[in-house]
Design a protein around this ligand. Structure first.
Ligand SMILES: Nc1nc2c(ncn2[C@@H]2O[C@H](COP(=O)(O)OP(=O)(O)OP(=O)(O)O)[C@@H](O)[C@H]2O)c(=O)[nH]1
Ligand SMILES: [Mg+2]
Length: 471
């Protein structure tokens, strides 16, 4: 083998300058491998090398997208996550698995035990018998009593003055006593740090009981007030009953796992994509922050759009893509009953295999975005297109809509269901009492004072008070 190196100069077509070309090896193994400087078209060669290099960079970025989802450095916003109550802690735990700093609180040691976090990131508020038994007053009082412990944990996990993070995400599963009851005092405590805060709030599943449903509505109402008063900067509403519909084939045991993964994964995807470079269209960290802090409620979701591929080419027209996008958008949201025409801002992140993304004409995406903007009644729409090589014959679209009002229909439905269940329960209670009555009595209507007295004198109230006087 006769290896030789040469340096060649040539005139760049682009700049017109004379450039020194790299050293070229002219290894003579057989005729095919010989690079002859006299006959080789260097412009073409350089073009090929540039393409290869671009492919390499592209692959790196694509690799990064998959990796970036669990890389704390590849985030637009450094969120610190707090979970309260059982459901809230489990959603927060899922964020921890994506690499976010997380801490959780609960009145139940049992429930905390199963949360896979370091011990110092979990705070047990020893306030009641264990759990709040769906009594929101207990969740609220437990937080008030533990203010110093909570602050200590926040400063341990997120550093003093919370300097390790830019913003807080507070996860609350509405309906319970610990999570729901804790929400307001917890927000007040966090607000002392003057750090932007987003609440992820879940509404109950369809099969849940009266107290859960009515608690969920009461807590949502309180959070909505805080959102209006800007004590919280974003209120993300997730509806468990909507997720139940989306995953109707998932077993009851696996439901919360699937739901929590989706809730944290989609949020994390927005936060990750907004930090990544793309050769198409980018939503940058500032755009993402603007969407997240638009006030009122925020909803989000993801949808898969199958691509029709013929002979390795995408064969879909503009109308087709736009239609799928608009229909898919509403279907994929993790909440329902909102009026999306209220939206102030929205972010649409389209992801797909770069091979197919480059085949879809820019006008198709523009048309889809324009139709979407019509649908949202001219919200401020941010558009991102990112490659994701994990995807095959489909696009995955992540949508974030903010500034919408409360989900009126859903709230009314929850109130109605709670009211109906309550009447049935009262009837049953009445019937139960009459079964034990020796003499016919008229049951006195309870006023608030009497109710409170009854609560404290109830077996449950007495037990809680005894435990508290021991502490
Ligand atoms: N998305 C989601 N929702 C959950 C999960 N666990 C519970 N929930 C929902 O949250 C509601 C409140 O339940 P919990 O979170 O267990 O209640 P808690 O805050 O611990 O309050 P107490 O049990 O009363 O002390 C339930 O009715 C469910 O709808 C979860 O892991 N994920
Ligand atoms: Mg609980």
């Amino acid at each position: 083998m006769n290896d030789q190196t040469k340096t060649t100069t040539f005139v760049s077509e682009k700049t017109g300058n004379t450039e020194k070309y790299k050293t070229i090896k002219t290894g003579v193994r057989n005729d095919d491998q010989v690079v002859n400087p006299e006959t080789t078209n260097f412009v073409q060669l350089r073009e090929e090398m540039r393409k290869k290099m671009e492919e390499k960079i592209e692959n790196k970025l694509e690799e990064n997208l998959a990796e970036a989802l669990s890389n704390p450095k590849s985030k637009a916003v450094r969120y610190g996550v707090i979970g309260s109550g059982h459901g809230g802690s489990r959603i927060a735990e899922q964020f921890y698995q994506f690499g976010y700093p997380v801490c959780v609180i609960n009145t139940s040691q049992q429930d905390l035990h199963h949360i896979n976090l370091p011990k110092e990131n979990k705070l047990f508020m020893d306030y009641s018998l264990g759990g709040a038994g769906k009594d929101m007053d207990i969740g609220s009082a437990a937080v008030e009593e533990n203010e110093e412990n909570i602050k200590q944990m926040l400063e341990l996990v997120f550093d003093k003055d919370l300097t390790k993070i830019d913003s807080i995400v507070l996860c609350i599963s509405g309906g319970g006593g610990s999570g729901g009851g804790s929400a307001i005092p917890l927000i007040q405590i966090i607000s002392d740090y003057k750090i932007p805060m987003t609440v992820i709030y879940t509404l109950p599943m369809s099969s849940e009981g009266t107290i859960t449903k009515s608690n969920a509505v009461v807590c949502l109402d309180r959070l909505a007030q805080l959102s209006v008063n800007k004590l919280i900067n974003g209120l993300v509403v997730i509806d468990n009953s909507r997720i139940e519909e989306l995953y109707s084939d998932v077993s009851l045991g696996g439901f919360f796992k699937v739901a929590n993964f989706d809730i944290a994964n989609i949020f994390n995807t927005f936060n990750t994509l907004s930090s990544l470079p793309t050769q198409y269209a980018a939503i940058d960290p500032m755009d993402f922050t603007r969407i997240m802090t638009s006030g009122n409620c925020t909803i989000y979701g993801k949808v898969e759009i199958p691509l029709t591929i013929e002979n390795g080419r995408v064969s879909m027209d503009e109308d087709n893509v736009a239609e799928l996008l608009i229909h898919g958008l509403q279907d994929g949201l993790l909440a329902e009953g909102f009026n999306i025409t209220d939206a102030i801002r929205a972010g649409v992140y389209i992801t797909g295999k770069s091979e197919y993304l480059t085949q879809i004409p820019a006008s198709t995406f523009s048309y889809a975005f324009a139709s979407l903007n019509e649908e949202l009644k001219k919200a401020d729409l941010f558009k991102g297109i990112y490659s994701d090589e994990r995807l095959q014959d489909k696009l995955v679209i992540y949508t974030l809509i903010s500034g919408v009002g409360l989900p009126r229909e859903r709230v009314e439905m929850l109130k109605e269901q709670a009211q109906q269940d309550l009447s049935e329960m009262e009837e049953k209670e009445q019937a139960m009492k009459s079964k034990m009555e020796v003499f016919q009595q008229t049951i006195k209507k309870e006023d608030d004072k009497y109710k409170l007295q009854k609560k404290n004198n109830s077996t449950f109230g007495k037990m809680v008070n005894r435990r508290r006087s021991r502490n």
